[in-house]
Design a protein around this ligand. Structure first.
Ligand code: SAM
Length: 227
């Protein structure tokens, strides 16, 4: 049986990769990745020379067919994303669906676990995380209002991803919909030089960013305490 490895890579600090991930990425015949320049940086650090091919959210039907016909079932392949765990708010599900739809190819799907921004942020949040609701990226328009209502009513810790362009708007919406007692944790630039965790009510965290506009950049995970 050939193998399709779903390999987690660092979310910032290139040292956050497992020994197994380095070995698998060295041993497979091909690595499918979102941005070849980003993955190349990681491969160079670990002296890995495996060929790369791009695979991303806009990968065409034709390319999927090529991957299925030419590659899978013949070569061992690793799928990585730009950062963290593939398929978690990242591409990859479609290729797994394809493999599952073609059992005759006898491709085994194997996880090589590692970093993910959501679990990294939860792990330092100090909020109960035995159970949590993960919302990925919140929708920009349709369904956004309902989601804020859901967050307000939720009896579990809620986590989601946010961009620097929307973080302040989102904090404002949280301020409007949440009780003052609900704690909000914003984990920013995790594992990178400017890693930072800001905690408080939605209003307090919002005020922090208002008075520190230079911090409204990078990558963010937002965590909201349970109702
Ligand atoms: N699959 C990835 C994972 O497992 O973490 C997530 C991919 S998603 C396209 C990218 C989003 O994850 C960013 O917009 C940000 O919200 C979050 N993220 C990624 N790296 C981060 C970091 N170092 N610090 C904080 N958030 C991060």
């Amino acid at each position: 049986m050939t193998k399709l490895y779903i390999v987690a890579t660092p979310i910032g600090n290139l040292e956050d990769i497992t020994y197994r991930a380095v070995r698998v990425l060295s041993e497979v015949d091909l690595i499918l990745c979102e941005d070849t320049r980003i993955t190349k940086r990681l491969l160079d650090k670990y002296g890995i020379n495996t060929p790369l091919e791009s695979y991303h959210a806009h990968t065409s039907e034709g390319k999927h067919k090529y991957i299925l016909d030419v590659v899978l079932g013949k070569k061992d392949v690793a799928l990585v994303s730009d950062a963290g765990t593939p398929t978690i708010s990242d591409p990859g599900v479609k290729i797994i669906e394809l493999v599952r739809a073609h059992p005759e190819l006898e491709v085994e799907i194997i996880t090589v676990p590692g970093a993910s921004a959501v679990t990294s942020a939860l792990s330092i949040s100090g909020l109960p995380s035995s159970e949590f609701l993960f919302l990925g990226f919140l929708p920009h328009k349709k369904g956004r209002k309902t989601l804020f209502e859901e967050i307000a009513q939720n009896k579990r810790t809620v986590a989601f991803y946010e961009s620097p362009h929307r973080i302040q708007k989102t904090l404002k919406r949280l301020e409007e919909s949440l009780d003052e007692k609900r704690e909000v944790v914003v984990a920013r630039e995790l594992t990178k030089i400017h890693e930072q965790t800001i905690r408080g009510s939605a209003r307090e965290v919002g005020l922090y960013f208002e008075s520190h506009p230079e911090k409204v950049k990078g990558e963010f995970v937002v965590i909201v305490s349970a109702r």
